[in-house]
Design a binder for this molecule. Structure first.
Ligand code: ZN
Length: 277
């Protein structure tokens, strides 16, 4: 990779959850100072704020809104709860439209004890019930496959193959994929499925962090790029070869880093991105 590209943060996006202690207003002030050009907004960051105003403030800060996190959690044993999830997801789409976010990331959901095959059907039906509304609102939906360790209660969609299959089955212009290295790095089919996702025209988001050894918490001990074992450059190469030209989104849940000075952390994020991603 040429040196010029290495010093480039034009495609650096940070998820608000990565710097969870920062209120949105402070994130907007700080992100641009550390070379961040894009922002993915977690719904918690919007709490107590007017969504349209927040969207305007983000754009005025010079940041591009990459996506809204998150919708999903479609499966449930009771039909009424599945319908409530569909209603909730329509509201998330409305929120994204108000914010000016082009994409909603879906963590699809699962129910402990319910067969994964059943949860997958419910996910398919739930997304199908929201997709037309998303399209009419100018918002896309990105299915994020989650690492199998979350198959019990967070997502029954666990590989990129499954997400691609789901996109093919639904064949809806508003339904695509968010690829997150944390969830997918181990998959022997990853290169082939990234290429397939690109061919389908569905590769819409790319999330970055690293896998630490040992990982001390299954949810909140993600590493910063370069701290773990994921071949980030290799995967980025596959993603770009598949035609992806969007933002590289830094999404790190880390209790340890939430406890540190967030300015120093943003500086670390920028360095790690330039050096390892
Ligand atoms: Zn992600």
């Amino acid at each position: 990779m040429p040196a010029a590209a290495l010093s480039d943060t034009a495609k650096l996006c940070v998820h608000t959850i990565t710097t969870k202690p920062l209120p949105l207003e402070q994130a907007l002030e700080l992100y641009p100072r550390y070379g961040v050009h894009g922002i993915t907004v977690w719904r918690q960051a919007l709490e107590g704020r007017d969504v349209k105003t927040a969207g305007r403030q983000i754009r005025e800060a010079g940041l591009e809104i990459v996506s809204l996190c998150r919708g999903g959690f479609f499966p449930a044993r009771e039909a009424a709860k599945r319908q409530a999830a569909i209603d909730e997801n329509r509201q998330v789409v409305d929120e994204a439209a108000k914010l000016g976010a082009p994409l909603v990331v879906l963590v699809c959901g699962a129910v402990p004890g319910q067969p994964l095959t059943e949860s997958r059907k419910q996910i398919r039906d739930g997304i199908a019930a929201v997709a037309d509304h998303a399209r009419a609102s100018g918002v896309k939906l990105a299915v994020e496959p989650l690492h199998p360790m979350y198959a019990d209660d967070r997502s029954a969609i666990n590989t990129l193959r499954q997400a691609n299959d789901l996109c093919e089955e639904l064949n809806h212009p508003a339904v695509g994929v968010a690829a997150d290295v944390y969830h997918l790095w181990w998959d022997p089919e990853l290169e082939a499925q990234i290429a397939r996702c690109g061919k389908l025209g569905r590769l819409w988001a790319y999330h970055l962090c690293d896998w630490k050894t040992p990982t001390t918490d299954l949810l909140n001990d993600r590493g910063l790029m370069g701290e773990g074992c994921i071949d980030l450059r290799g995967i980025r190469g596959w993603v770009e070869a598949a035609g992806f030209r969007g933002f590289n989104e830094v999404e790190v849940f880390s209790t340890r880093r939430w406890g540190m000075d967030q300015r120093a952390y943003l500086d670390e994020i920028k360095r790690a991105y330039l050096e390892h991603a």
